[in-house]
Design a protein around this ligand. Structure first.
Ligand code: C5P
Length: 235
């Protein structure tokens, strides 16, 4: 997998998506989330793959193990880079997700990497304590979920850049830390809480970054993307 930033295609339709992608003359790393996928279905994946984009399908599955197994087995037919589940679904659910992915993946290509969402980057510690009744620091909760994901055989986690280094120290250099919650310096933070810039994310140990509104809502998205790439790659 190349290390370019994943652009979050949080659009409602294929028309919006393809007019956005038309601004770029290259195949991109893109993230398809529930907004685009649930309103348009798997055809979205087929269209993006046809245009040689590399896909992180961010459906954040969280259900009983058997159901997640079946969903993953079906999704394994697509040549995706990354898929995810919520670590809060538990170790058995994560193990079954991985088994589903292995069962559905044809032998002639690499298995899609499976990562777990720890705590959403929109969740503050206060909110986690009050609403999830987790009486820990957010770092401890995230680290706990990362360890659980690692023990369940997953390839990494989705976390905030602020937690990436801690996770890599505990789970190893090869364990992916995929981080949304990225903003260019002058951008609006929106609903995100635990954020930073692409350059800082690199310093803080992110393996891959996911950037949405800083690019998709920019006056000049291509320029914003290039700025993200330059910061991320350290130019
Ligand atoms: O627009 P913005 O850069 O905040 O978009 C971040 C993207 O990453 C969104 O598509 C959101 O669903 C996703 N995401 C997140 N936090 C997670 C996992 C995914 O923000 N923990």
């Amino acid at each position: 997998m190349n290390q370019k930033p994943f652009i979050a295609l949080d659009f409602p339709t294929w028309e919006d998506t393809s007019s956005f992608l038309g601004l770029f003359n290259e195949s991109l790393n893109v993230k398809v989330g529930m907004e685009l996928y649930l309103q348009n279905g798997p055809i979205i994946i087929e269209k993006l793959l046809k245009k040689n984009h590399r896909i992180f399908l961010d459906l954040k599955l969280h259900d009983i193990p058997n159901t997640v197994y079946g969903a993953m087995k079906g999704l394994a037919q697509y040549d995706l880079e990354l898929l995810n589940v919520h670590a809060a679904g538990g170790s058995i659910m994560m193990e079954r997700a991985l088994e589903g992915l292995q069962a559905g993946c044809s032998s002639n290509r690499n298995r899609t990497k499976l990562i777990a969402v720890t705590q959403l980057t929109s969740t503050s510690e206060k909110q986690m304590r009050e609403e999830q009744l987790i009486d820990q620091s957010i770092n401890d909760s995230v680290l706990h979920y990362a360890n659980l994901a690692k023990q369940s055989g997953l390839d990494g986690v989705v976390c905030s850049p602020h937690e990436a280094l801690l996770i890599r120290e505990h789970c190893g250099e090869d364990f992916l830390t995929v981080t949304p919650g990225i903003r260019l310096v002058d951008d609006d933070k929106g609903d995100q809480q635990r954020m930073t810039t692409p350059a800082k994310a690199k310093e803080m140990g992110s393996s891959l970054i996911v950037v949405g509104r800083s690019i998709t809502k920019a006056v000049d998205p291509q320029r914003a993307y290039n700025q993200v790439v330059d910061e991320w790659e350290g130019f």
